[in-house]
Design a protein around this ligand. Structure first.
Ligand SMILES: Cc1cc2nc3c(=O)[nH]c(=O)nc-3n(C[C@H](O)[C@H](O)[C@H](O)COP(=O)(O)OP(=O)(O)OC[C@H]3O[C@@H](n4cnc5c(N)ncnc54)[C@H](O)[C@@H]3O)c2cc1C
Length: 437
């Protein structure tokens, strides 16, 4: 296993005959094409539409490959693989304060391009090297009671659909689409002024105290993450808020809800303790660091590709009971190789969102598990999914789940609109599996 792979470049995952995702648990046969213009994308789609054997031909669009599963990817035997890494422009429009990004742009591209304008995006996931299109399409999320999933950044999406034409989509219900609407060649995103945050890390927080307090702690910070170690009965808490300045130099916080030992700077961003940090980019002594909302620096080298992830969303108020149920799982150390990370996400109205208001909560707890990619991994996913069954609103679309969830998404007007759009924009189903309608 290569221990020095740079996740920024999807080139790492490309070979001449096969595409493999970051975790190396999914492969799609075929030569990856890298169109450099939207017209080339249109040509590639029309070429597939014109193929004689329509029932065998499909298209899969490659993002940065950081998903662990692709539940809606076309099941056709002959796949055309398109990677949009050459269509990664980012332009900022002062008049609307929005930016337009190419279908292959990553969040690292976006925050760097916005920095000179004093603008940024208000939310990101833990990694900035994922593509905006892949993250938005899969309802990828960060953390915070006011933060919806990343599809909430989008105001307009341009797709080359399975009918061979370019469509501008402004109906936000369609923004979470799992790749089923066609090739996303551009997205227009809301931006906000660059903002500063301050982060604290507490280690050795008692799990017993965290159980009951978890909903209110998750609600009290702009963004927070909690790593629960059930075996040791402790939690690592990571809190981020806008700095409240008592004077020009001091920043104070009263994190009264947590015991544990305060430790600053839990990530190697080269910050001085107590330093408040920019939500976009900070250049200090030649060191360029992205902070806070993303867990990792934008140029992070992620060496572990031998882990897989599963993640489930439950109503925020159920988090204490759910955590207690997880703590009672037999053989927990074997099932949960890296504990459980708890974050929160605000509900929304994207038709295919796992945090949709239709599931009954305003805020969802996001329970994330990193698992060693060993023989028992599917059993572990099934055990965790089973333990959460009575509470779970649904799993993360880009992570492992115990069963196929897509057919569940057909119960209200929004999902009806979504499936109608997939049928209209992709009449032959070259972008999607045989799922509803
Ligand atoms: C280390 C690590 C950390 C992670 N952290 C988080 C996190 O904090 N929060 C979270 O929610 N998830 C997280 N994930 C999961 C990951 O961020 C998401 O699955 C995200 O979708 C990955 O984006 P991508 O660019 O890699 O897309 P891919 O995984 O390559 O693709 C995802 C889907 O989008 C489609 N797609 C991609 N680009 C296009 C396009 N241009 N047009 C049409 N369809 C397209 C693909 O066909 C596929 O169906 C993490 C994953 C890893 C490995």
């Amino acid at each position: 296993m290569d221990s020095n792979l740079n996740p920024l470049s999807s080139k790492n995952f490309l070979s001449t005959k096969m595409w493999t995702n970051w975790a190396q648990n999914v492969t799609f046969p075929g030569v990856v094409q890298h169109p450099s213009t939207v017209n080339e994308v249109v040509d590639a789609v029309r070429h597939v539409i014109a193929t004689q054997d329509k029932s065998a031909s499909g298209i899969f669009v490659v993002g940065s490959g950081h998903s662990f599963t692709f539940p809606a990817a076309s099941a056709r035997t002959s796949l055309t693989l398109l990677c949009l890494d050459k269509i990664n422009h980012v332009t900022f429009d002062e008049s609307t304060q929005t930016c337009t990004v190419g279908g292959g742009a990553t969040f690292a591209d976006v925050v760097q391009a916005l920095e000179p304008y004093g603008r940024t995006v208000e939310n990101t996931a833990s990694l900035l090297c994922v593509t905006v299109a892949g993250a938005i399409g899969t309802a990828t999320h960060g953390s915070g009671p006011t933060n919806r999933c990343l599809a909430d950044l989008c105001v307009e999406m341009t797709v080359v659909s399975g009918d061979g034409y370019i469509h501008n989509i402004t109906d936000s219900r369609l923004f979470v689409h799992l790749g089923m609407l066609g090739v996303v060649v551009a997205l227009r995103l809301r931006t906000v002024p660059s903002f500063r945050l301050h982060q604290r890390c507490y280690e050795g927080v008692s799990l017993e105290a965290f159980y009951g307090a978890s909903p209110s702690i998750l609600l009290s910070h702009l963004s927070s993450s909690f790593w629960v170690d059930f075996s040791k009965g402790i939690v690592l808490a990571w809190l981020r808020d806008a700095p409240r300045r008592d004077n020009e130099t001091e920043v104070t916080f009263e994190d009264t809800l947590l015991d544990g030992k305060l430790r600053f700077d839990p990530i190697p961003v080269g910050e001085a303790p107590g330093f408040d940090i920019l939500a976009t980019m900070l250049s200090q002594g030649g060191d360029v660091s992205y902070n806070i909302l993303p867990f990792f620096r934008y140029d992070a080298i992620l060496s572990r590709r031998d882990t897989l992830q599963t993640e489930w969303f439950v109503a925020l108020n159920d988090v204490p009971e759910v955590l207690r149920a997880l703590s009672r799982l037999p053989n927990i150390e074997r099932v949960m190789s890296h504990g459980c990370e708890v974050r929160c996400v605000r509900s929304d109205e994207f038709a295919m969102s796992p945090f949709h208001t239709r599931f009954g909560s305003e805020i969802y707890g996001a329970l994330h598990f990193t698992l060693d990619n060993t023989e028992g991994v599917q059993e572990a996913v099934t055990t965790i999914g089973g333990a959460l069954n009575q509470w779970a609103a649904g799993p993360h679309w880009g992570k492992l789940a115990a069963r196929h969830w897509l057919p569940c998404y057909q119960e209200d007007e929004a999902t009806h609109v979504f499936w109608e759009a997939t049928a209209r924009l992709d009449p032959e189903g070259i972008f999607r599996k045989a799922v509803p309608p």
